[in-house]
Design a protein around this ligand. Sequence first.
Ligand SMILES: O=C(O)c1cccc(C(=O)CC[C@H]2O[C@@H](n3cnc4c(=O)[nH]cnc43)[C@H](O)[C@@H]2O)c1
Length: 244
Amino acid sequence: MGRVLVATAVSVERNAVATALGALSLESDDEALGAPHRPSGTTAHGGRGVDVLIAGVGPALAAASTASALTAAALQGNPYGLVVSAGIGGGFQPEAGVGSLVVADEIVAADLGAETEDGFVSVTDLGFGTVRHHPPADLVRLVGDAVGARTGAVLTVSTVTGTAERARALRERHPGALAEAMEGFGVAEAAAAHGVPVLEVRAISNPVGPRDRAAWRIPDALAALTEGFGKLLPVLESWNRHDQ
Ligand SMILES: O=C(O)c1cccc(C(=O)CC[C@H]2O[C@@H](n3cnc4c(=O)[nH]cnc43)[C@H](O)[C@@H]2O)c1
């Protein structure tokens, strides 16, 4: 069975996933969400071939951290067979309510492009690179069913949406979007560079829209993440065994 790398952004997310694995131990790490990121000593090693990495906030750091972990594992002759970007995220309303889970069927770099007089133009429309990755459809369906999550596009943004206007603009450009977060596309780029499939799972902590940081329900979302991973792990294990 291939090993699984779960890339979270911050320690509370790593801990929420590691709790589901029974792998919470380790480095005493009291970093709160929003506190400075400490990149060292950040991996929880689950007994089930699953490692949970604190990859950092934002697509660039998440990509660099994930690529480093994938390269190190490959050089050690023990490569990963699947990468999962996991954590909390903003949910587009009313589809993705606070406390619910979303599984990405598409991981989209939503602000990678150029503003023009005629609106936003993605880098692919400018002739460069890619702005979307697709997790394996069978895995998305299996995981969505197992954890009771909606499946749809999850947007990766470098700036958390803070106005109704921007939320509306994102939904107009991406009608299938259920959630936004800040790391999925970076994690997916690293996975793609290594030829490894990717999945993204988000527990919704806040609505996408006007900024109201006090209303973020982070503990509820982290509890949903733990519960979701408890149900998801057997699916990953069996998918790895049978479908790789
Ligand atoms: O309060 C702020 O201004 C602020 C600015 C940047 C980052 C944060 C974080 O708390 C990190 C958010 C962390 O969680 C994910 N997340 C959660 N909700 C959202 C959202 O609505 N839009 C984008 N990302 C979100 C994200 O993946 C980060 O890792 C706060």
